[in-house]
Design a protein around this ligand. Sequence first.
Ligand code: DP6
Length: 336
Amino acid sequence: MKPITVQAPANIAFIKYWGNNEDNLPLNNSISMTLSRCQTTTTVKLAEELAEDVVELQGNDGTYRKLSQETIKEKKAYEHINRIRMIAGVTTKLHVKSTNSFPTDAGIASSASGFSALTAGVLLAYGLREIFEDKLQLSKLVRLSGSGSAARSVYGGYVELLAHMNHDNSYAVQLADEHHWDIADVIAIIKTKSKETPTSEGHRSAVTSPYFETRLNEMQQRIIATRDAIRERDIEKLGRAIEADTISMHAIMMTSVPPLFYWESGTIEIIKHVREWRKGGLGAFFSIDAGANVHVICEKKDAEEVQKKLTGLPHVQKTIMNAPTQGVHEVDTHLF
Ligand code: DP6
């Protein structure tokens, strides 16, 4: 059988998913935009000769490393292949190779692109094309991998992941496609090695923050404002919601038991600069995930200026300029 290759984008959450229950179900809706320059490409081959699945990921030095079952994320990848194999009702093992277009250990959400690509590639390799094509079903299956953000990379453009108390109703929907609005996410990389607490631990401890319920309540109006801002292409409205949600999520992290601090001094430096630039009339807004790097969101017309300004800051090692892009899709160039 010919190999199958798919490509999937990472995404930046405007409204962050933070906190889940014992079934790994997200406790709040999240809204994101796909990222054109942060892509995972994954090739999957049926491997009759293998007794166990082999998943290899290309490192920053260009060589492929077999994923072990030791870390939570790596284990999840093998478990997820098993889950899809059960749906297919077969026993054939798989050989999977995967590469990222961005630094793998730079603390950018590589699992969003990684798990959506893995799900799509494995489905297609096992002949489950109807699930791949039904994006709602696909997003449900991607979410079961354990990476909620990955469920949003199924569609292009602007996407909302719906929180619900059962697996069948927690899936992603597209709010607008990648052509709807030309905005940019300029990522400022200030730290390339990430030894942060895994997000899975953070999701579980989020409810220990005394402010968690407050966040769930106060974010409802922000979710509505974010949907409206996307529909109306209103960068000020979107930016205000993005920054408020970042601060709200990090407040939960910092007040959980045990507390989580993802920010570095460079993170604060960029936050302060972005706020200053805005006083000078630049429509730029910060967003920070479970790491120290800062995403700066602006309209495309301002993206080059934002990139230039970020590049000039002492803590910034490099920047990655992103536009909204299509969701997970099949390609015809294979990695092996
Ligand atoms: C802070 O459970 O999707 O990025 O699998 O590590 O990407 P990963 O985590 P996931 O949680 C995402 C947490 C977040 C916010 C978000 O993307 O919504």
